[in-house]
Design a protein around this ligand. Sequence first.
Ligand code: MG
Length: 381
Amino acid sequence: MSQPLVVLGATGSIGRQTLDVAVRLGIEVRALAARRGSADLIDLASQWPDAQIVAAAPTGDERERMAASLGDRASFGSEVMEDLAATPNTTVVNGIVGAAGLRTSIATLEAGNRLALANKETLVAGGPVVLAALKRGGGELLPVDSEHSALFQCLVGEDPTAVRKLILTASGGPFRGSTLENLEQVTPQQALAHPTWNMGKRVTIDSASLFNKGLEVIEAHYLFDLPYDKIDVVVHPQSIVHSLVEFVDGSLKAHVGEPDMRVPIQYAVTYPDRVAGALGEFDFTSRSLTFDLPDRKAFRALDLAYEAGRTGRSAPAVLNAADEVAVHAFLDGRLGFLGIPEVVERTLEQVPVVDLTTVDDVIEVDREARAVAHSLLGGAC
Ligand code: MG
């Protein structure tokens, strides 16, 4: 049976789908947390009358409104999230981006709890710190990203030394097959039209540039403890094969299904059990699945991510921060699509690589990388 849940980022897409899974499976929800004390959060509070409701960084007005309508069920500040995440026998679903999400992830793992991690930036930026907390506290780290859940599921029952390669699938985004010249001209609107998954803005742009896949390669390295030359990417436009593992005997195991985040969320909270869920039988009518190699010249993000991953230490945190700054500049019309990898590459060249041992180290590197990326945008880019 699944443990009670603490859902961080409850009002976001992962949070809502987690609550859908919790309703379906009758799992207790101990707490719901979001950054802001929005009307959406208060609305969720009425649907979950037994849950503690936390706003990590509410405005004064939001705080008053929450206190008035929720009484002692309402609490405030990211430290409260950390305390809740450390409650014994709790599964924490973390869909929160940024430093508050990272600290809560660490608190979860240090307390020996299960962390269902939906936020790839946590692991990309803070990989060494998160893994150290996992080791110290003896918690469990379960991926919620669809590709990593797929890999995790393919690896269940297998000997890790029999793995030849992890193969992440990429939809290729809206510009699959585009040349460098075509990419020069693309607009934010075109980049936001993702063919198969419906996601937030940054991850959609990152999918169009293949940065998202690069971040996922780094995430896979930390989750499965394999070197980068054993992690590959193939383009698979239909998004039906969520990833594959190739074994030393030449066998491949693939995780296949409709793209629906409730599947990886449910597996992360019920593992090692597999129980009935939201999806019905797979429909094979006129399906065709295709695969191809990514175009690494047109989509430079992939090689930049491999390079940052191999450098390790703070380099992936710099990659992540610089990409976020560059994506915002692209969305605001201040930077071309091909400027995104350029800003990231130049930021990586300028920010010194250091060891990461604490969350504060990660925050400092993140701050420095953002400052450098912003200064590059103010200049020639
Ligand atoms: Mg993914």
